[in-house]
Design a protein around this ligand. Sequence first.
Ligand SMILES: C[S@@+](CC[C@H](N)C(=O)[O-])C[C@H]1O[C@@H](n2cnc3c(N)ncnc32)[C@H](O)[C@@H]1O
Length: 384
Amino acid sequence: MYLLELGGEDDVFAACEAASAATGVRRIAPGLAVADAVVPERVRGLAYTHRASRLLGRTDADVASARALLEAAALEREGSVAVRATDVHGSAGVSTTDAERTLGSVLVDRGFTVDLDDPDHVLRAVFAEGRLESGGALAADEATGDLVTPLEESDDPDSSGDGDGPADVTAVGDRSRGERVSVCALGWLEAESVRDFGDRAPTDKPFFQPGSMDPLLARAVANVAGAQPGRTVLDPMCGTGGVLVEAGLVGADVVGTDAQGKMVRGARENLRHFLERDDPSPTGVPRGSWHVGRGDATRLPLADDAADAVVFDAPYGRQSKIDTHRLEDLVSGALAQARRVASRAVVIADRSWAAEAGDAGWTLEAAFERRVHRSLTRYVLVLE
Ligand SMILES: C[S@@+](CC[C@H](N)C(=O)[O-])C[C@H]1O[C@@H](n2cnc3c(N)ncnc32)[C@H](O)[C@@H]1O
């Protein structure tokens, strides 16, 4: 079994993304989940999971319990070690220095040498306390439009946000307060996600327009859509190409259309910059191929089943001038076309669009909601 250290504010959304790199993901404490198996190369490309470790065991969130757990655990490794402890959001009130020292001495007693700079193995000791929210993604028949799960803002201090100013993340809807848990989980570090999102802040890209998507959210929705080598991801309203860049960096072949020539040229510039490189991708997979053309999302110039997944960030009523369509017609038309060309979709918007998705033949697999600021809440719908 594996331990997943989640990032951001919304563990339910993080767990949903983690399921693109792991099987049997379940949350066990704030900021923590376990999984039956992980694909380490895919963990490297996750936005809202920081690390996956091979779980040694779990106990209560205090150093004495962690020590007892480690003394009794089957370690099955040799070589040098370092212990790295984290107290998730400071929730357990544990001294991580004390934890590292105490657990390090257990490992020394058990025959390991300590090498803090270049260890053969890293033991993660993660402490977390708090309520394990039972709220989750809504099933389709619950999808009334009042969808539910608050989606996190960027957790990387160096990422630029999405151009909408400072985030005010609040829970929306009636999410139940779950049971209180106190967990210390110990595990051998297996894979870490590459935290290079700050290098792709929208304002630092060769082509920038207001409304460009933050790379963390773009990566997460690309992963939820199933972006990976051998898959084709289409963004029919690609704008600056924010989602396509992230999907391409985890190896998917990407296709974009946009109604505006300026966006098509800009997206090409960004995709050329980030995907046409000789050096290996930071996530370790070959970058995907890309194609961007001018097109109307409601009349896509693509064959049926041309893509594996569609992701789009619908224009926001307040920011987009749409010459040819009412916003409702645009989104409904795009959802119907998405259904024709792919069997999975992720839609990001300033309202739910769940009813329109149902009308277009989609089943709602999950829905998440994030309040960006007073006048903007972002919805993410996962459609099958
Ligand atoms: C919210 S922006 C997408 C932003 C994008 N995710 C990014 O990171 O830059 C919506 C885009 O939809 C495009 N758009 C509007 N109507 C369209 C249509 N009928 N067909 C295709 N694209 C359209 C706009 O030109 C705009 O670039």
